[in-house]
Design a protein around this ligand. Structure first.
Ligand code: ARG
Length: 566
């Protein structure tokens, strides 16, 4: 279709010598207030070259441009050149484009040939997959989808926390108090129980700590029994985690976690020594990061065992060698900001310029309203329990509102899980937020169910229309304010996806989905669709179809399903 921003840049570049086409293109924007026009070009940067006030420049440009085909009005307002589109042409262009491209509308090839690793979720073996993990898991999965949609060659990595001294403790605890059948029936809470017991007992019996260290050393040295138990914990945990990922629609290409790098540790430690980056400190080895305003990074412990940070160094190097990434993204909470600053600085000091491509996408905390969430096991809110509760409550709502709905259970899980995910992604990632289940499940307001419901409403209209015979749509009927607002919002989807990818911010897409749903509902309220005039009906139906497509695409990118009936 006609790309309006490019069209504006093209006509302007013919009248402006002081700026290149590309510079002009990046400056074209949308006025905050749509009454001012659909696109705007700020003239402030031209003031120097033209030696004139921005508004004078804008007025002169209006005069030079005269009338231009795609636009009904070009005006100079407060230093901006404002363009109002010709509504009929614009509607035709946008709607026909959306319908033609379908699920590829909004996609692009900006990422073609660029390898991007996105690491997310990275849960810990034998530990609860709790509500706090929803952040990394869903922000990561959404970025994964957005990057793919933009043509990037993506690798989704779950950097499992499956290594470290805690596994020595777990082995000791298991050997003392573990019962395989009991654990197998409900692995995580039972493993957690014996792990907690270990810490309690160790307070009065410090010898347990030594035993635990010895078992971890055995594990590091490939001892058969230690490896067998560790594998058992890992398999049992992954069975549970994968069930949760299944419910969320989250997928990975690699589960190479911390243990995967254990045999790559000696080489990285040696490299740090060879590059004279490590110093001895009380028997341990550190990298002094004081000149960079950071606290020292611990590389090896006194007992020679390796550390979380060292494993991240080995992992980054492996990823560069194995995947040759253009970008290596880590979706990990702000609590680990220092950790990422430290090891990325060390990669730089090692002389690898790809340190610049390692990006920590951080996020704030999620607080829980405990009352609303019954948790089986003490004060940890298991993510799966929250999801199940949301689905259960949604099914109650459906039974009340629409008891004859086909496939109720499936739809309830699409809405219930979607509601929780949407609330997660609706907040800007760097902000903390409180999770409130009832608010999440509301069919009104800025929620997942609201967007899904709007999508289902569009589907219902389309079902009523059935297969209509080919009629030439009269797009001039889409010139009322409500219709124009829908068209304008539809036209922005591609820009929204690009922005979300640039800022690593899925919430940009989530907010867009709500905005589109709201503008569609206003249109739907104001304009009868199934009217007798076929040309009018056809234009409005095409708009409904476009909204249905774009809502579905947006929902997909924020990891929600789009049921056709609910
Ligand atoms: N497993 C870690 C945790 O739960 C998160 C891992 C983050 N990723 C990394 N490459 N360090 O805290």
């Amino acid at each position: 279709m006609v790309n309006y921003k490019e069209a504006i840049a093209k006509i302007l570049s013919e009248s402006i010598d002081a700026m290149s086409y590309d510079e002009i293109l990046t400056l074209v924007e949308h006025p905050k207030n749509p009454e001012m026009g659909d696109y705007a070009f700020p003239c402030f940067k031209l003031a120097k070259a033209f030696r004139k006030a921005p508004n004078v420049i804008a007025e002169e440009l209006v005069a030079t441009l005269g009338t231009v085909e795609l636009f009904s009005k070009i005006e100079a307002i407060a230093g901006f050149l404002n363009f109002t589109v010709d509504a009929e042409q614009f509607a035709k262009n946008v709607v026909e484009e959306v319908v033609k491209l379908g699920d590829a509308y909004g996609a692009s090839n900006v990422g073609e040939g660029k390898k991007t690793i996105i690491e997310y979720s990275s849960v810990n073996i034998a530990k609860p997959f709790h509500m706090g993990h929803i952040r990394s898991t869903m922000i990561g999965e959404s970025l994964h989808r957005i990057y793919k949609f933009l043509g990037y060659d993506t690798v989704a990595v779950n950097h499992l926390g499956d290594y470290g001294t805690q596994f020595g403790k777990l082995i000791v605890a298991y050997k003392l108090w573990g019962d395989k059948d009991v654990i197998d029936a409900d692995p995580i809470p039972e493993l957690l129980k014996i792990y907690v017991k270990f810490h309690q007992e160790a307070e009065t019996n410090p010898a347990l700590e030594d035993e635990a260290r010895a078992w971890f050393t055995k594990l590091e040295n490939g001892d058969a029994e230690a490896t067998e138990l560790w594998t058992l914990f890992k398999d049992m945990s992954l069975k549970v985690f994968n069930r949760v990922y299944g419910k969320l629609g989250v997928t990975f290409d690699s589960y190479a976690g911390e243990s995967f790098y254990s045999d790559k540790m000696p080489a990285i430690i040696q490299e740090l020594r060879d590059k004279k980056l490590v110093e001895k400190s009380e028997g341990a080895e550190i990298v002094n990061l004081e000149p960079y305003g950071l606290i020292p990074a611990l590389i090896t412990k006194k007992d020679g065992s390796s550390l979380y940070l060292t494993r991240d160094l080995a992992a980054a190097k492996y990823r560069k060698e194995h995947y040759n990434f253009d970008k290596n993204i880590y979706v990990v909470g702000s609590a680990q900001k220092l950790h990422f600053q430290q090891w990325i600085k060390i990669v730089e000091l090692m002389g690898y310029d790809w340190y610049k491509d390692c990006i920590h996408v951080e996020f704030g905390m999620v607080a829980l309203e405990y009352g609303a969430l019954s948790t089986r096991k003490g004060n940890v809110a298991f993510l799966e329990d929250v999801l199940d509760k949301a689905v259960e409550k949604t099914l109650e709502i459906i039974n009340e509102k629409n008891p004859n709905l086909e496939n109720k259970e499936v739809v309830a899980s699409q809405i219930g899980v979607g509601a929780v995910v949407f609330q997660e992604l609706y907040t800007s990632r760097t902000k903390d937020y409180s999770f409130v289940l009832d608010k999440t499940l509301s069919f009104e307001g800025e929620t997942g169910p609201y967007v899904q419901y709007t999508h289902a409403r569009a589907c219902s209209v389309l079902r009523k229309v059935g297969d209509s015979t080919e009629v030439t749509a009269d797009y001039s009927v889409l010139s009322d304010e409500a219709s124009k607002a829908v068209v304008r919002t539809l036209s922005k989807f591609g820009e929204v996806v690009l922005l979300a990818h640039k800022n690593y911010e899925p919430h940009t897409v989530a907010r867009y989905a709500v905005e589109l749903a709201q503008s569609f509902n206003r249109f739907y309220h104001d304009n009868p669709i199934l009217v007798d005039d076929e040309a009018v009906k056809s234009a409005r139906v095409a708009l409904v179809k476009s909204v249905e497509i774009v809502l579905k695409n947006a929902l997909y990118l924020v990891c929600l399903q789009a049921p056709e009936q609910m």
